[in-house]
Design a protein around this ligand. Structure first.
Ligand SMILES: Nc1ncnc2c1ncn2[C@@H]1O[C@H](COP(=O)(O)OP(=O)(O)OP(=O)(O)O)[C@@H](O)[C@H]1O
Ligand SMILES: [Mg+2]
Length: 580
């Protein structure tokens, strides 16, 4: 894939900065050549000619060139910096926005560390591309051409001789870059490995410590660290060989100039001034050649990073609104699943031929053994995944036809694992309605039976919850999550084990809150503790991706050999044993 046209598309909107950057670079390169070009008249005419006014004039010219060089040096850095960082900003933001639109299935097949490194490291490579790839390459080609032209004009035999060291220089640089590229890639991979170990074990530090696996994790980290160090050493020793060798080539070029050029001067075929000028240009000549020889490597690096970036940008979300979606601003809240089948991968279906009808405003309890597909069913209603077969309909509309935003803005989910964001309690409750008045936030917290514990915290609603809410207890997190749903005031409310992490006393309190919350809206409550959904208008019992029983508690409890009856009996037995 040729990604360069696309990269230039990113740069095009900032073409003025690019022109500024290139323009000042050319000016700077030109000013860099002035001192060498003045050496000939300085030595031959002013010094040997004992011409003091000319000497002053030439010195003035040198100073002017120096000032212009300084100004253009400053300006080109400003322009290039602005250009690079605008492009980085634009690409990063585009990536992040696109990531937000991608479906769950994308995230389940990628490691967080990988995605993060694309947004941070790979985008950073573009800066190098703009600075070295575009700006320096353009200017270096110009430098080399101009210098070679001047040298040839002065003395073509000497020029050919001084070009000799460029052959090994180019060859050696390309070889070096190929080798060192391998080590750099190795280092990047090891760094990514160390990052994933870090994020994994910091997130799970309690598990690490309680199972006494510090040494095991440290050894994993040390192994990657050693490999990183080895790759780092390899690059260092290559650099150690390369840098002095380059200096050797440069030096050899100068030796040739002085030896052959000096001989020419002795033969009176070249003036001393011309020789000094020659030497000055030669010293400015090798560095751009070296950079140009290196650019193949730079372009390869850029391609690799850009490909990783565009791989994400080109991933279409599986789930999105169709071209002209049906608007659904006023949702009533009836839910229909018609012959729905779904599987996370091609092998096995987690939901199989499922039919379900829920009336607007109904409260439905969803029960069944672990892994029977309850959470999966919920993910289909919120359209985190699309069904493989059949259809999910809300108010009679296939949810694939309605605007995804309308659909989700009418549904709230209190998930199995409450997820809080870094920030205050207030921000977390108001997550779905950031402009909600504080009164409403408190009202929602009261409804979730969270207000009292929040008021006991030192900063009340302004208390920071820590990353993922780790400064709160599991039950507290869950109540914040319920308050968030209450404040959102959805038409359809989905509770996935909403009271699983709270004690019996809070559960009773939350249950009353939930009862209040459920009034007037369609509610689907998943529960392991069957007592919490006993009063549901309808109970749906799932087993292995199918609905096996449906009815009220009173109906299901009378079914001989029914799954629900068995589950209730087991829980009652456990309950009474606990009570004893
Ligand atoms: N992201 C996923 N990728 C692949 N398989 C999955 C995924 N999520 C769930 N499954 C599988 O789908 C099946 C149903 O899972 P689901 O989470 O819906 O069960 P559940 O009824 O909610 O269970 P629990 O009561 O334990 O929460 C399980 O066999 C599970 O292993
Ligand atoms: Mg579940």
């Amino acid at each position: 894939m040729n990604i360069y046209p696309r990269l230039f598309d990113e740069i095009r909107p900032h073409w003025k900065l690019l022109v500024g950057s290139l323009g000042f670079s050319v000016l700077m390169a030109a000013m860099e050549m002035v001192p060498a070009s003045l050496t000939r008249p300085l030595i031959d005419d002013a010094i040997y000619g004992k011409d003091w006014p000319l000497l002053k004039m030439l010195a003035m010219s040198l100073m002017v060139a120096l000032i212009f060089r300084t100004i253009s040096h400053w300006a080109r850095m400003i322009f290039t910096g602005l250009l690079a960082h605008r492009v980085l900003y634009q690409v990063r933001t585009k990536l992040y926005e696109h990531l937000q639109s991608l479906s769950l299935s994308f995230y389940q097949n990628k490691r967080t560390g990988q995605i993060m490194s694309r947004v941070t490291n790979d985008v950073a490579v573009l800066e190098q591309f703009i600075v070295e790839g575009i700006r320096e390459s353009a200017v270096n080609v110009l430098r080399v051409v101009i210098i070679v032209a001047i040298l040839f004009h002065t003395n073509w035999q000497l020029t050919l001789l001084t070009l000799i060291p460029t052959v090994p220089l180019i060859w050696f640089t390309r070889l070096f870059q190929k080798r060192i590229g391998v080590s750099y890639r190795q280092m990047r991979r090891r760094l990514a490995d160390m990052n994933s170990i870090l994020s994994d074990t910091i997130g799970g530090i309690r598990v690490v410590q309680i199972f006494g696996q510090e040494e095991f994790e440290a050894e994993k980290f040390r192994t990657k660290g050693r490999e990183f160090a080895a790759a780092g050493n390899a690059t260092q020793s290559m650099q150690a060989l390369y840098m002095p060798s380059v200096a050797l080539a440069f030096g050899a070029g100068q030796v040739i100039v002085w030896l052959y050029g000096g001989h020419e001067v002795l033969q009176n075929r070249l003036s001393p001034g011309a020789l000094v000028m020659f030497s000055g240009y030669v010293s400015q000549f090798y560095a751009p050649v070296q950079t140009l020889a290196n650019s193949a490597n730079l372009f390869a690096n850029t391609s690799a990073s850009a490909e990783r970036i565009y791989e994400i940008l080109d991933t279409e979300p599986d789930i999105r609104s169709q071209e002209e979606p049906k608007p659904m601003p006023e949702m009533q809240g009836s839910i229909d699943l018609e012959n729905v089948s779904f599987g996370y991968d091609s092998s096995e279906n987690s939901i199989e031929g499922l039919n379900l009808h829920i009336e607007p405003g109904q409260m439905v309890g969803l029960v069944g053994p672990s892994g029977s597909g309850k959470s999966t069913l919920v993910s289909l209603i919120t359209r985190f995944y699309d069904v493989k077969d059949g259809a999910v309909k809300i108010d009679g509309h296939d949810i694939r036809e309605v605007d995804l935003k309308d659909l989700r803005s009418n549904i709230s989910v209190v998930p199995q694992e409450a997820y809080l964001f870094h920030g205050t309690i207030r921000d977390n409750i108001a997550y779905g309605r950031p402009d909600a008045p504080f009164e409403d936030v408190m009202e929602a917290a009261r409804g979730a039976n969270a207000h009292d514990f929040i008021m006991r915290l030192s900063d009340g609603y302004d208390t920071h919850v820590g990353e993922r809410g780790t400064k709160l207890s599991g039950g507290e997190r869950q109540r914040i999550s319920i308050a968030r749903a209450i404040l959102d005031n959805p038409r359809i409310l989905i509770l996935d084990e909403a009271t699983s992490a709270v004690d019996t006393e809070s559960e009773v309190a939350i249950q009353t809150a939930l009862d209040r919350l459920m009034l007037g809206r369609t509610t689907l409550a998943i529960a392991h503790r069957l007592s919490t959904v006993k009063n549901a208008d309808k109970l749906v019992v799932m087993e292995q991706g199918r609905i096996v029983e449906e009815g009220t508690h009173d109906e299901l409890i009378t079914l001989e050999d029914g799954l629900y009856k068995r589950l209730v009996e087991m829980q009652t037995k456990l309950g009474s044993e606990e009570a004893e």
